[in-house]
Design a protein around this ligand. Structure first.
Ligand code: HEC
Ligand code: HEC
Ligand code: HEC
Ligand code: HEC
Length: 184
């Protein structure tokens, strides 16, 4: 009799254990899925590089090429180029994904990763001219950024920047490249 009781207790414990393990496993899988989804949300758009923007925005590209932003990676020594604490503000793209890291402060460092908004379905001269509000909204939804002072100050700040100069957004804004009024 006693042996049977012990057996029943052991069986019950085993079933409970298995059920708990299964639940724990399920919870783990769910957590993994959640993290994956969150990561996917963060990596929303691919970086394409300034040469892709040049195809349609020649004036901005040419004037940008002459600024310090275009060559800001070249200003670092070979030793500094190997230091993440220097590379971070002298490149564009996501440091966590080496494949998308681009040298210099390219268009997308300010305007957001262009993999989706650069599409001619959105950035079409004809369609945009006919309905600018709709297409501007579509571009913003696809990742286009109209940079603000805050965007600039992610790099133009004292912390970590050994060459810091006071940053006056109103004065600096017009120096990043020629704007359409001045010819496109
Ligand atoms: C297929 C051609 C094409 C490509 C490629 C392209 N654009 Fe555009 N883009 C346009 C057109 C057309 C407009 C609509 C406004 C205009 O006519 O200039 C526009 C609008 C914009 C605007 C908003 C302008 C405004 O007046 O509101 C920005 C900023 C911009 N593009 C940046 C970029 C960047 C950065 C890239 C590269 C990642 C890029 N574009 C790639 C054609 C293109
Ligand atoms: C927080 C962003 C940031 C970090 C980190 C950073 N820099 Fe810079 N760097 C800038 C900015 C912005 C400028 C332009 C000067 C300014 O307006 O502050 C600049 C300018 C420079 C220049 C050009 C100076 C000149 O006057 O022509 C050199 C060289 C340079 N940085 C080297 C470095 C080195 C080396 C490191 C790592 C120790 C580093 N930077 C880290 C943002 C940064
Ligand atoms: C990803 C980092 C980063 C961002 C974002 C950034 N900058 Fe810079 N900026 C730099 C660095 C680095 C330099 C120094 C370039 C050099 O001379 O080597 C610089 C230099 C400049 C210069 C001097 C350019 C020259 O030709 O000497 C101006 C003007 C400027 N930035 C304006 C802006 C404005 C306006 C914004 C926002 C709309 C902005 N920057 C956003 C990193 C950045
Ligand atoms: C350092 C930041 C910065 C970089 C780099 C940059 N831009 Fe801009 N861009 C701006 C700012 C600031 C504006 C003005 C936004 C506003 O007025 O709201 C602007 C406006 C624009 C506009 C709309 C105004 C116009 O000229 O018609 C276009 C198009 C544009 N940028 C394309 C580009 C392209 C293409 C590149 C790369 C070759 C580039 N930008 C690089 C900051 C930048």
């Amino acid at each position: 009799m006693r042996r049977v009781t012990i057996l029943v207790i052991i069986m019950t414990a085993l079933v409970a254990f298995l059920a708990l393990t299964a639940m724990a496993q399920e919870a783990k899988e769910e957590a993994k899925e959640e993290v994956k989804e969150e990561a996917k949300e963060e990596i929303q758009h691919d970086f394409v590089g300034a040469k892709k923007c040049k195809i349609c925005h020649k004036a901005q590209f040419t004037s940008w090429s002459e600024t310090g932003h275009a060559t800001s990676f070249d200003k670092l020594t070979d030793e500094e180029k190997a230091k993440p604490e220097c590379v971070t503000c002298h490149t564009s793209g996501n440091l966590a994904k080496d494949s998308s890291l681009m040298e210099g402060i390219q268009c997308e460092a300010c305007h957001g990763a262009g993999g989706d908004y650069k599409s001619a379905k959105i950035m079409s001269k004809k369609k945009w001219a006919a309905d600018p509000e709709t297409y501007k909204k579509m571009a913003i939804d696809a990742g286009l950024v109209y940079p603000t002072e805050e965007n600039c100050k992610s790099c133009h700040k004292k912390e970590g920047n050994p060459n810091f100069k006071e940053f006056d957004f109103a004065k600096m804004k017009g120096k990043v490249h020629t704007m359409s009024e001045e010819g496109k």
